[in-house]
Design a protein around this ligand. Structure first.
Ligand SMILES: [Cu+2]
Length: 358
């Protein structure tokens, strides 16, 4: 039975528009990944067939036929050796080139990509959508998280359906950038239909992007074993038409506003005042004890010692928790470390706040 499993999943994949090897391709770059896969696969298949056939034929043809037969001494053949080194080198360079090109495309999100924060946690995913101004109204950010209350008794009854985990909802035909980190251990965000997989790491931000051209639903798996209920870190990507997506998003924004939930940036603004940041940092482009923090996100910072760093989520997090790790050029290393004094939601709030300062 277990032997049949790969065959069964493969035929299920085919039924849904995939092939024997791959589930259906549902992102703009999925075909590039498949092309590299099939190029390597067929190259290997041809070499395997030729080598095995040659080996069997030679084993038969040149076998030792009698006690008296002496093994000939063969000194080598330069032409042959060069040929079988150079020819495969071209094939390897082609594999590298195809793979590298595809990887570069996947690694660099388009500038106009919509951003969603993805947070991995034992054992579910949280998706946070940023605050937005829609038709002149300011709405707070919102999140769709883990499982809803009705799903929670699955914790005591593992047979309960796990499909009630929240889904990542995105618009069709638009690039989406995921900025991901973990609240606890290493996870990995994998969407097979998109050929997209990236580790989700505590204390560091990783990114990946995708564009799904068609409306549909796709599986999300955690592919980094993270504990007992690793298999429960199951979710969906729901690709909606742009109009449906906007309607859904507006509804979520309104719900968040009605619940009085403060957005990450608002929490950050409160902390900025209450945790003493404002005593050393101004947000109007002037210097105090420390550098001003408005308009900084995405720019390049000069560090003490001559190095530079691009100000992204990872740098902000480090600057807040362990400011001594990278000291801004021209300033004393006098900022106190906030490691252990702020929880993850608070650090994220401060980062959201600093990102929002123009
Ligand atoms: Cu996990």
């Amino acid at each position: 039975m277990t032997m049949l499993l790969p065959l069964m999943t493969a035929s299920a994949a085919r039924a849904e528009g995939g092939t024997f090897w791959m589930p259906k391709a549902a992102s703009t770059y999925a075909q590039d990944v498949d092309d590299v896969f099939y190029f390597i696969y067929y190259t290997d298949a041809v070499f395997f067939a030729v080598l095995m056939a040659a080996m069997i034929l030679m084993a038969i043809k040149y076998r030792r036929k009698g006690e008296a037969e002496v093994t000939p001494v063969i000194k080598g053949n330069h032409t042959l050796e060069l040929a079988w080194s150079v020819f495969p080198t071209f094939l390897l360079v082609a594999m590298f080139w195809l793979g590298f090109k595809g990887w570069m495309n996947m690694a660099v999100p388009p500038a106009d990509a919509m951003e969603v924060r993805v947070i991995g946690q034992k054992w579910n995913w949280t998706y946070q959508y940023p605050a937005a101004n829609i038709d002149g109204v300011d709405y707070p950010s919102f999140e769709v998280a883990g499982a809803d209350a009705a799903c929670m008794d699955r914790v005591t009854d593992p047979s309960r359906d796990i499909e009630c985990n929240a889904a990542l909802v995105v618009p069709a035909g638009k690039p989406v950038k995921l900025v991901m980190n973990s609240r606890d251990v290493l996870h990995s965000f994998f969407v097979p239909d998109f050929r997209m997989k990236r580790d989700v790491i505590p204390g560091r931000y990783t990114q990946q992007w995708f564009e799904a051209p068609e409306v549909g639903e796709h599986n999300v798996f955690c592919t980094e074993y993270c504990g007992d209920r690793h298999g429960y870190m199951y979710s969906k990507v729901q690709v909606k038409s742009p109009a449906d997506f906007e309607a859904w998003k507006l509804e979520q924004h309104k719900k968040a506003a009605a619940s009085g939930l403060v957005s990450g940036a608002e929490l950050g603004a409160q902390l900025f005042a209450s945790k003493g940041c404002a005593g050393c940092h101004k947000i109007d482009g002037t210097k105090l004890v420390g550098p001003w923090l408005n308009g900084k996100f995405g720019t390049v910072e000069q560090l003490e010692g001559g190095a530079t760093v691009t100000i992204d989520e990872g740098y902000l997090r480090e600057s807040i928790l362990v400011p001594g790790a990278k000291v801004v050029a021209g300033y004393p290393p006098s900022m106190p470390p906030y490691q252990g004094q702020l929880d993850d939601r608070q650090v994220e709030g401060l980062i959201e706040y600093i990102k929002s300062l123009k």
